[in-house]
Design a protein around this ligand. Structure first.
Ligand SMILES: O=C(O)C1=C[C@@H](OP(=O)(O)O)[C@@H](O)[C@H](O)C1
Ligand SMILES: C=C(OP(=O)(O)O)C(=O)O
Length: 441
């Protein structure tokens, strides 16, 4: 168990420079674990993310009777797939605050059938899951709420599927569609499963990750744009043998932003131009802000090009990495607007409100809309103690405010409760120190 202090003081840093190796992608790790568990055959997973969210998935799979082994102390795991038949029919599963665990597992367990309860930390019980439960129950599954309707905890029982045409709303979280897609082959033994998306779908690139990984495990999804997805009858997941998890593109955003703000070059290793993660498109936003970015096969590098320019853009496709832009906006030459980020309100915390509150502590003038933020940078960044709301991304992105940029100086930043980074990046502050060390004032 890693030890974290109650708070962490980051001294202003003149320059960010160097390279770092990224931890594995959370989105790819948790999808791969579940698909490997459901598949026929044994899967060797390389560079799995080690963090709270993957721990939750690994422990849940273990409780469900899925055998897996870690190879020594490494991040290589061997998962023995159950070919769609879970050995354990009754389990109580702790899901922490991992959306990528509870949503896909709910759909898979409902489709397989059994007696399962799923619950998490208190914030998890405030994060919506009703659209997914509605879609599954309408098809004949039996999922009940044991607390507030529309939210975990959930009790899943054995249902009886009576229609394989399902519909799901896409405007709250794309993870609901991801969950149905991943569970679809379990329900398509004799008949195709069709999933229609009702209304607007948010966070679309995450669906590409889902489809890509399902394909690696042998299941092809036919689609009509973002409206309708079909899994033909008789497809089963089968192990690809071994699979490598790319570095996390959302985690990369903090280091690339550091390079763009404070000299650089900063290089992240483990993700590159052919990444399947939508969050690599974060670099386009950095470029729009005037940073110089180079993409290699398995690395990305960012450096400053003078003062950052303000940005006004739609960030619906990269909701996680967009938080990094909000803090980078402190260093821009004018007012920035981040649009179409309403989903921030139902994540680890209400991120629109938390971001506005903490940016104001640093001296920024912030307008918080229903689904947008407008950020006017301060003349000077003010030293502040940043509350992190048990949100890893709040802790990680606010570390950037300690950097000196071309336009303005970073301030002394106190990060409260830094242990929240363990959700996706337990060693974040060590890695951040590596690219800023030696330049402390
Ligand atoms: O499918 C995924 O891996 C994710 C989808 C996104 O959530 P929403 O679809 O709820 O925006 C993202 O914010 C989350 O961190 C990971
Ligand atoms: C929204 C996030 O997580 P989750 O997978 O729990 O939705 C996130 O990591 O920013």
């Amino acid at each position: 168990m890693k030890h974290y202090p109650h708070h962490l003081d980051l001294q202003p840093a003149l320059r960010a420079q160097g390279s770092m190796r990224l931890p594995g992608s959370k989105s790819i790790s948790n999808r791969t674990l579940l698909l490997a568990a459901l598949a026929g055959g044994v899967t060797r997973i390389h560079d799995l993310l080690a963090s709270d969210d993957t721990h939750v998935m690994l422990m849940a799979l273990q409780k469900l009777g899925v055998r897996w082994e870690q190879v020594g102390e490494s991040q290589e795991y061997v998962v023995h797939g159950v070919d769609g038949v879970l050995p354990v029919h009754q389990a109580d599963l702790f899901m922490g605050n991992a959306g990528t665990a509870i949503r896909p597992l709910t759909a898979a367990l409902a489709a397989i059938g059994g007696d399962y309860t799923l619950h998490g930390v208190s914030r998890m019980h405030e994060r919506p899951i009703g659209d997914l439960v509605d879609a599954l129950n309408a098809a004949g599954m039996r999922i009940e709420y044991t607390g507030e309707p529309g939210f975990p905890p959930l009790h899943i029982r054995r249902g009886q599927i009576h229609t394989r045409r399902m519909s799901v709303k896409g405007n709250v979280s794309s993870q609901f569609l991801t969950a149905l897609l991943m569970a679809a082959p379990l329900m398509a033994r004799e008949e195709a499963v069709v999933i229609d998306v009702i209304g607007e779908l948010i966070s679309k690139p995450y669906i590409e990750i889902t489809l890509n990984l399902m394909k690696r495990f042998g299941v092809i999804v036919e689609r009509e744009g973002w409206q309708s997805f079909t899994v033909a009858a008789g497809q089963r997941y089968c192990s690809p043998g071994s699979i490598h998890v790319e570095g996390d593109a959302s985690s990369a955003s903090y280091f690339l932003a550091a390079g763009a703000i404070a000299g650089g070059p900063v290089r992240v290793e483990g993700v590159g131009r052919d990444s399947i993660q939508g969050d690599v498109r974060f670099v386009q936003a950095l470029e729009q802000m005037g940073a110089a970015v180079t993409l290699g096969d398995n690395w990305i590098e960012a450096r400053s090009n003078g003062m950052l320019k303000a940005i006004d853009a739609d960030f619906n496709h990269i909701p996680d990495a967009a938080m990094t832009i909000a803090v980078a906006a402190l260093y821009a030459d004018g007012v920035s607007t981040l649009r179409n980020i309403g989903s921030w309100r139902v994540k680890e915390t209400d991120r629109l409100s938390a971001m506005a509150t903490e940016l104001r502590k640093l001296g920024a003038a912030v307008e918080e809309g229903d689904d947008y933020l407008r950020i006017a940078p301060p003349e000077r960044i003010a030293p502040a103690a940043i509350d992190t709301y048990d949100d890893h991304r709040m802790a990680m992105c606010f570390s950037l405010a300690s950097l000196d940029g071309a336009a303005r100086r970073g301030a002394q930043i106190r990060i409260m409760d830094p242990k929240c980074v363990a959700k996706t990046f337990p060693d974040y502050f060590e890695a951040f120190a590596m690219v800023t060390r030696g330049d402390l004032i």
